[in-house]
Every structure is written in C-alpha cells, then in structure tokens.
Design a protein around this ligand. Structure first.
Ligand code: ACO
Length: 432
C-alpha cells in the first residue's frame, strides 16, 4: 500500500522551484516521486548504482539494513527458517499469505507433478562441453524452456503465467541437478515425486541408478533451509534484471534466464563459490591477518568474499541462521572440526574487531557460511551458485508476477548523462 504524504519535496534550479509528492510505504524510508521531473524541469536524476533510487513499489520482501532485518510478506526470516519449509515459503512469496493445509497440499501437488523435463531437454544438455561451468548450463537451459513450453509464454494470459510459475519452480531443481550429473559424467536421475522438494533435489544430485539412495533428513533439512534463506531479497541486481527484462513483455523463461546470468557475478550470487575458494586459499588460521591486510589495501583488488552488503549495514540475518545451521550440520555429520569452518569463524571474529570493517559496517553476508554447508553435503564449489539460482527462482517469479499485475507497468528505460562526442560529420576512411 502506498500513501501520498501531505509533505512535498521542493527542488530549486536557478530561479525556479519544482514540487514533488512524497510517498510512504508501510515501512522503510519515504520516497520522493520524481516521475514528473523531466517533463516539468527538463533534467534527469543521476544515480548509476541505484544507491538512492526506488525502482518500483513492492509488497513482497522488506529489508531493514540498519537493524539487520529481513521479512518475507512481513514474516521474519528467522521464524520462516525455523518453522516453515521452502514450498510453504514459495506459496507465501507468490500469493501473499501463508497457505491453509489444503492450499499447501494442492500447491505441493502442482509443483511435484511438473518436476520432469521435456525429454528433448535432456538431449539439449549434451550440446554443452562436460567441463562447462554448471551455471553456464543452467543459464542456457532456463532460457531454453521458452523453446520447449510454448503454451506458457503468453504473459497476458493469467493462466499461462501461473503454469510458467509452477513449471519454473518445479523444473529448476531438475535442471540444476542434471547440470551437475552432466558435469561429472553420470546418468541423469529422474525426479521422484514421493519425495519432498529438498530431498528430491538431493536424490537427483547424489543417487545413481545402480544403488538405492536414502536421503539423509539432516541434509535435506539443511538444503531446504538454504533454499528458504535465498528465496527472495527485494530489488537486488538479479531481481532488478528480471524486472527490467520483463518490462519489455519478454516471456518468463527468458526473463528468469536473464536473472540467472546476473546472479552469476562474484559480487552477487557468485560470492558463495568465491568465498569458499578464498577460505580454502587462506587454509590455516595463521594466514588470516595477511588476507585481512590485503582486503584493506586500496591498491589490491582483493575483497573479503562473503563480507559486506549494499543494504545490510549490520549483520545479514541470513548469515546468523546460516552460521547456526553450519554448526548443526557439521556437528551432526561429526565433522565440526572442519578446517574451513574453523578458518571462517576465526576470520569473522578478527574482521568484526578490525577498525576498517567496523568503520565501513562490513559484516558477514549470506554467502559466508552457505558454502561450508553445501560442501559438507557433498557439492563442489561450482554448484553453489546454481543452487542459489534454484532457490531465488521463486523470488524472481514473485516479483515478475507482481510487476505484470501492476496497472502502472511501463517499459523500464533509464536515462543517462551523456559524456561522448557531440555531433560531428562522418570522415571517409582515406581522410582519417
Ligand atoms: N572487503 C573489503 N572491503 C570491502 C568489502 C569487502 N568484502 N566490501 C566493501 N568494502 C569496502 C569498499 O572497498 C569500500 O571502501 P571505500 O569506501 O574506502 O572505497 C566500502 O567498503 C564500500 O564498498 P562498496 O563497494 O561501495 O559497497 P557496495 O554496496 O557497492 O558493494 C558488495 C556491496 C558488492 C556486496 C561488496 O561489499 C562486496 O564486493 N562484497 C564481497 C562480495 C560478496 O560477498 N558479495 C555477496 C553479496 S550478498 C549476495 O549477493 C547474495
């Protein structure tokens, strides 16, 4: 819900003053509605990294970066991570309320009955090199869904939008698991619909046709919690990419494929892989000061991976749950003395006492501990970001759905501050 304030913001340029409405949401900072700025004053705003720009109104996820709070539809992430499970969270993000028992059963059934891929998609994997990064494969396969599911690409048809939504949530685990199997040269394992969402994913990743595979409930719970913690995070880079792509009317599979591509970057979803590689490179506690020093050195491009966040200027609440989960999982697996976990904990302790990190409000983010859990479950580092993509798919679709249902939808078209050559005449090649 957006309400217009009685206050307004005034902007004076030379001798003219322009007035803009102030809008309030249900929580968070107010915004100045500058939609009429260009038509009234003939100027644009300039905010390249969107540090002060609200790109949309949304009622899905709320973050208070100073307090370190994250809520999906008003429910704190800590409560959802402890009491709920991923498919229930999917329902909440998509439809706005926690489901009643029958609604959840119906939703789970709909997701479960769409887990298998069009068989020709299984052949499509074989076009990739075996040593391709699974994220490259997932990116390609997600976009390729548009070529296999024509009957759910019409964004103006609410029924097709719903079918695409369910297909994406149901099939992403299959795509990600198949990308993994392909990379290690093992046969694809078909989804098993009697398993819950997380267990089915583990089964598709770790079962082999020659043996029975029993999903460990500890690992299944741990991966389900990782899915929940990554499900949505308001207008981050990949979500904004999905919104930008969808604003042109592109089909949902192309838009989610764009989100996957954006997530891959090491400053975003690729940080979990980069973080574990960094922890391994540090190797032992005595090498930590050297890396802290490098992170603080302006002339060294090295950054402490899994630290810092554009919005959180306090603990990332997901990192707290993740740390607790890492302790639990490694404890239950009897590997609590895992050297990577020990290095991570010591690195966190030292960084949090260091003046540089305190002053810049750099705290561990969600990626700092997630890789340790995923490694303990048995995933190679290259699978960390694809798993993040799988979990974030529901967030991307919820935001996509919300955007398409908004009557104010317009193509997203940022403006620029032009700094190039002004008009000049073409010079023939012999005269250059
Ligand atoms: N290590 C060392 N210094 C850092 C770090 C870090 N991890 N993060 C930020 N800083 C410093 C910057 O050098 C900068 O210093 P300066 O003001 O002296 O120039 C200051 O803190 C602010 O950093 P910015 O890059 O301006 O902050 P921004 O909000 O643009 O970046 C980001 C946020 C990209 C997450 C950054 O903190 C980072 O690169 N972290 C490491 C990568 C990472 O963990 N990404 C995962 C994010 S969570 C997610 O996507 C799921």
């Amino acid at each position: 819900m957006t309400t217009q304030d009685t206050r307004s913001a005034k902007l004076t340029i030379e001798d003219k003053t322009y007035e803009f409405p102030i809008l309030s949401g249900t929580a968070g900072p107010d915004v100045i509605d500058i939609r009429r700025l260009y038509s009234d004053a003939g100027v644009f705003t300039f905010d390249p990294g969107y540090t002060s720009t609200g790109s949309c109104a949304s009622s899905i996820t709320y973050i208070d970066g100073d307090k370190g709070e994250l809520m999906y539809r008003g429910y704190p992430i800590e409560q959802l991570a402890e009491k709920s499970h991923f498919l229930e969270v999917c329902y909440l993000l998509l439809y706005g309320e926690l489901p009643k028992a029958a609604e959840l059963e119906d939703f789970e059934h709909r997701v479960t009955s769409h887990t298998m891929l069009h068989d020709q998609m299984n052949w499509f994997f074989r076009g990739f090199r075996r040593d391709a990064h699974p994220m490259a494969v997932v990116c390609g396969l997600t976009g390729a869904m548009a070529a296999f599911y024509h009957d759910s690409t019409d964004i103006n048809d609410p029924w097709q939008r719903e079918v695409a939504t369910i297909r994406l949530i149901a099939k992403m685990p299959t795509i990600v698991a198949h990308a993994y199997k392909y990379s290690i040269g093992q046969p694809f394992i078909y989804p098993r619909n009697e398993l819950d969402y997380a267990s089915n994913f583990l089964s598709m990743c770790f079962a082999v046709p020659t043996e029975d595979y029993r999903v460990d409930p500890i690992l299944s719970r741990a991966i389900d919690r990782i899915f929940t913690l990554h499900a949505d995070h308001e207008q981050n880079a990949s979500t904004s990419t999905v919104r930008l792509a969808s604003s042109s009317g592109a089909n949902p599979f192309a838009c989610i494929g764009a989100g996957v591509a954006c997530l891959w970057g090491p400053a975003h979803g690729g940080a979990n892989e980069a973080c574990l590689l960094m922890l391994r490179e540090i190797g032992t506690k005595d090498r930590i000061p050297e890396f802290i020093q490098r992170a603080k050195d302006k002339d060294d491009p090295f950054r402490l991976m899994g630290f810092g966040h554009r919005v959180y200027k306090n603990f990332d609440p997901r990192a707290k749950v993740m740390k607790q989960s890492a302790d639990e999982v490694l404890g239950l697996l009897g590997i609590e003395d895992n050297p990577t976990l020990q290095v991570a904990k010591e690195l966190e302790r030292i960084a949090l006492e260091d003046e540089y990190f305190i002053e810049k409000k750099l705290y561990p983010n969600v990626d700092f501990y997630s890789g340790i859990i995923l490694e303990a479950i048995g995933f190679p580092t290259s699978m960390f970001t694809p798993i993040f993509a799988l979990a974030r798919t529901v967030g991307w679709i919820s935001q996509w759905k919300e955007m398409l249902e908004d009557p104010n939808l317009r193509i997203a078209r940022p403006r620029q501050l032009y700094t190039g050559a002004t008009r000049r005449d073409y010079v023939d090649i012999e005269n250059r």
